[in-house]
Design a binder for this molecule. Structure first.
Ligand code: SF4
Length: 334
């Protein structure tokens, strides 16, 4: 069996925002890794810290009010958190690319797609002529399935559909030969058919180019089909991690169980009722000492209130949960 090589190793990452209401602990001691050619999903509700984690990795946190307070981000044998912005620019695009939810904010509206593509290419490939970059840009658009790529190079972003613009961003990542693509809610703004197409496109990059992929999403149902491994985040922490198959078939953290019941999945029975998780996440400026899911957890007991927030522990090989109990499909094993 081929040995897995770690491409990205995030250790004990902590990022806070210092606001008038106090310190908002958005990322609270988060550790995870991505292997080469692997698809990892980071799943959680809005405000769970999943996007801030990725922005911290890229050093794209707006400071102030944001600040990375600690941790390590190892990529290609170097800790990115020791890099200054100039050195980080060589990593962004060239090593790691980010594809955002709304491509309109990432693409410059007054520059044609072709000029944006060639500009990025020439920054990352020193000595490349304009003509060479233009031709490579056409190939990149072709690779992401954009019809008539030569004509599309002359379009402005507003002349394209949302799905097409998302493909352009992925084309930029392809053109830069990024080793890792971080796709933050890549399909949220798209219709269902285009969602599937964009996910299939990202998957083909993993298979054909050997790229690794992090998909950040609130939609557990979407990623169980595509991801190798899943990390579930809640209130700035990882509360469950494991292979996609394990998380899908044997979730053991009450929050993950709640997520599974609240979203439609590919294996959902027709007419199966969706049950939303009651309540709201805690205020990240005032996180309780005890388990942060306590107020919403149907399995909560006295032990959960009296003990500090549970650390992640391995319950079976490669499967971790941050819970004092071990809840398996509704049966408790304390
Ligand atoms: Fe629920 Fe207790 Fe587990 Fe927290 S520690 S998720 S409150 S059972």
């Amino acid at each position: 069996m081929e040995e897995k090589q770690v491409l990205l190793d995030v250790k004990n990452l902590r990022t806070s925002f210092f606001t008038d209401s106090g310190e908002v602990k958005s990322v609270n001691d988060v550790s995870f890794h991505v292997n080469k050619r692997e698809v990892v999903a980071i799943v959680g509700e809005s405000g769970s810290g999943k996007s801030v984690t990725q922005l911290s990795i890229m050093q794209l946190i707006q400071s102030p009010p944001g600040k990375i307070l600690g941790g390590e981000v190892w990529f290609r044998g170097e800790n990115l958190l020791t890099f200054d912005q100039k050195k980080m620019r060589t990593v962004r695009g060239n090593g790691i690319s980010m594809v955002f939810q709304e491509p309109m904010t990432s693409l410059n509206p007054v520059i044609t797609v072709g000029n944006q593509l060639t500009e990025v290419l020439r920054v990352h490939h020193k000595g490349m002529t304009k003509k060479e970059a233009w031709e490579r840009g056409i190939k990149a658009l072709e690779a992401v399935g954009i019809p008539d790529p030569e004509a599309r190079m002359k379009n402005y972003p507003f002349e394209m559909s949302g799905g097409m613009r998302q493909r352009v961003l992925i084309a930029i990542a392809v053109a830069c030969s990024s080793e890792l693509i971080i796709a933050d809610e890549p399909t949220t703004a798209l219709d269902v058919t285009t969602q599937a197409q964009v996910m299939e496109l990202l998957m083909s990059l993993v298979q054909e180019n050997g790229t690794s992929l992090i998909v950040v999403t609130h939609n557990l149902g979407l990623v169980t089909r595509y991801a190798d491994r899943i990390y579930v985040m809640y209130a700035g922490r990882i509360v469950e991690s494991g292979t996609a198959e394990t998380i899908m078939k044997h979730p053991r953290h009450p929050y993950t169980l709640g997520l599974m019941e609240s979203v439609p999945r590919l294996d959902s029975e027709k007419g199966e009722q969706l049950i939303p998780i009651q309540g709201t996440p805690p205020n990240l400026a005032d996180i309780p000492e005890h388990c942060s899911f306590y107020d919403r957890c149907k399995y909560a007991c006295e032990e959960c209130l009296n003990k500090p927030h549970p650390p992640l522990r391995e319950v079976e090989e490669g499967h971790c949960i941050a819970c004092h109990l071990d809840v398996r499909g509704g049966r408790e094993h304390a």
